[in-house]
Design a protein around this ligand. Structure first.
Ligand code: NDP
Length: 483
């Protein structure tokens, strides 16, 4: 009998009202390994009611106590790191080593960061001559709807849960139906940590059913969503007429600009990592690499050589660097884009299909080789649309202006990397690129204090650090006449 993942409502595990469960696949073997509640509007209703009932007490709980509970959640995840890492690996197909060393520790950090950030918040006071004082109150907003994707399931879920709860809100979270297991474990951690019942509720199920019911529920004041641009558009359309506060962290098609003066070894290392980490399924992956003409041939040769050395294999094997893709759908989508690239005139220099050798256990898993494609024009679909798989294109550029034009030449604006030894150029180019985050001579170095989000079709709003605490707060000004 396989495990059925139930909802977490009012501090208890609850079967979905309709009694139905969706299949949850282990992508490394291509087989169902658990069921997950196929929730509908009735489950959302129940979860929102629980969150609503818990709000008065939790929002009045002293910040110090909220901090202590969230810290305990972090400690429990850290203690159970192996269990969480294995769950994320089996749900998602990512290498166990990556889950263990990157994603789960980051979830722990999310809780610790926001629990303590809360204690350091300052409020503003503005004095008008000798006439009045204006002070700013920040208060929790009520029930928040938190919707997260499958690529970094626990990290992105806790990136929302931690600040929302820290501020004093209660929440209903809807994790991706594709990767529900770490959210299920998080429920246990919350109970053990003593988080009061109803403060965090987790409703599983499909986006179109459970997710849409959450977005349109009138008692949900605030929606924080991370996912695809198309879904973000649907959520914005549903939430806007109800004047909900909305944060949308959406897709990317991120450029990597390598200037000829860059440290070539470091640029190749970082670009390979940026292209293929988590099988290319990170919104911040650098999927378009542009290299200044004089360095182009050398860069491509070294990049291809390094890509070929990446070990694709069983995610449970500690030596594996590239695991399975999350689902058959995502694998098919990747294959279609590689075919499209061939039709668009692209030349595949490495990868392009399934791995040649896989252990017997993984024979039916969803694997795709890391794939490098050249000779594609910037305006073709493969260079314009988010693939979200292990596929990267490389092309030359002639000068700085050309590089900036190429970088900005898509509808997305999430992140970018620039590799150069010229510090003035680094600042100039970083300023000119339309992206919410620009890394110079690195990729994916994160600082939880900085604002995070996208420009253009990559999103609306900023989370991270103070921005997250403010997003999840209502701001009010009180003007007091003096004298
Ligand atoms: P989706 O947009 O398909 O789904 C994201 C979440 O939204 C899931 O929980 C999904 O549920 C739910 N959902 C789907 N439809 C609706 C709806 N109509 N109303 C409410 N909720 C809905 O994204 P993916 O899960 O496929 O994740 C990949 C995408 O996420 C990529 O585009 C990637 O770039 C983006 N992303 C962006 C990040 C950022 O910070 N900007 C970070 C990470 C990923 P279900 O899964 O059950 O369908």
């Amino acid at each position: 009998m396989i495990q059925q993942i139930d909802n977490f409502i009012g501090g208890e595990l609850v079967a979905p009202a309709g009694g139905r469960y969706l299949d949850n696949f282990d992508p490394a073997v291509g087989r169902v390994y658990s069921g997950v509640a196929d929730s509908d509007a009735r489950d959302v209703e129940r979860a929102v009611a629980a969150a609503h009932a818990a709000f008065a007490k939790w929002s009045a709980t002293p910040a110090d106590e909220r901090c202590r509970v969230l810290f305990r959640v972090a400690d429990i995840i850290e203690r159970d790191l192996e269990k969480f890492a294995l769950a994320e690996c089996v749900d998602n197909g990512k290498p166990l080593t990556r889950a263990r060393t990157a994603e789960i520790p980051r979830a722990v950090k999310n809780f610790r960061f926001f629990a303590t950030a809360l204690l350091h918040e300052r409020s503003d006071l503005h004095v008008v001559d000798r006439e009045a004082l204006n002070y700013t109150l920040r208060r929790p907003r009520g029930v928040c709807g938190l919707i997260s994707p499958w690529n970094l399931p626990l990290y992105l879920l806790t990136w929302k849960v931690a600040p929302a709860l820290a501020v004093g809100n209660t929440a209903v979270a809807k994790p991706s139906e594709v990767t529900p297991m770490t959210a299920r474990l998080l429920a246990d951690a919350c109970v053990e940590a003593g988080l009061p019942a109803g403060v965090l509720n987790i409703v599983h199920g499909s986006g179109t059913q459970a997710g849409a019911a959450l977005v349109s529920h009138p008692a949900v004041t605030t929606i924080s969503f991370t996912g695809g641009t198309k879904t973000g558009r649907a959520i914005a359309a549903a939430a806007a007429p109800m004047f909900k506060k909305l944060s949308l962290e959406l897709g990317g098609k991120n450029p990597n600009l390598v200037f000829a003066d860059a440290d070539m070894g470091a640029a190749v290392d970082a670009s390979v990592q940026a292209a293929f980490a988590n099988q290319g399924q990170i919104c911040l992956c650098g999927s378009r690499v542009y290299v200044e003409r004089p360095a182009y041939d050398e860069f491509v040769a070294r990049f291809v050589e390094q890509t070929r050395r990446l070990r694709v294999g069983d995610p449970l094997d500690p030596a594996t660097q590239q695991g399975a893709m999350v689902s058959r759908v995502q694998l098919e989508k990747t294959r279609e884009y590689v075919e499209l690239a061939r039709r668009e005139g692209g030349r595949v220099l490495s990868g392009g299909g399934p791995p040649v050798e896989l252990p017997t256990r993984c024979r039916d898993g969803y694997f795709h080789q890391p794939t490098v494609i050249v000779d594609l024009p910037p305006e073709c679909r493969v260079n314009q649309e988010e693939i979200f798989g292990p596929v990267v294109t490389i092309a030359p550029f002639e000068n700085e202006a050309d590089a900036i034009k190429l970088a900005n030449g898509t509808e997305f604006g999430l992140s970018a990397s620039v590799f150069t030894r010229d510090v003035n150029r680094a600042h100039r180019v970083a300023d000119a690129i339309q992206a919410g985050t620009v890394w110079v001579n690195c990729w994916l170095l994160r600082d939880l204090r900085v604002p995070f989000g996208g420009m253009k079709q990559s999103g609306v709003g900023r989370e991270g650090g103070d921005e997250a605490l403010r997003f999840f707060s209502e701001t009010k000004n009180v003007c007091v006449k003096v004298g």
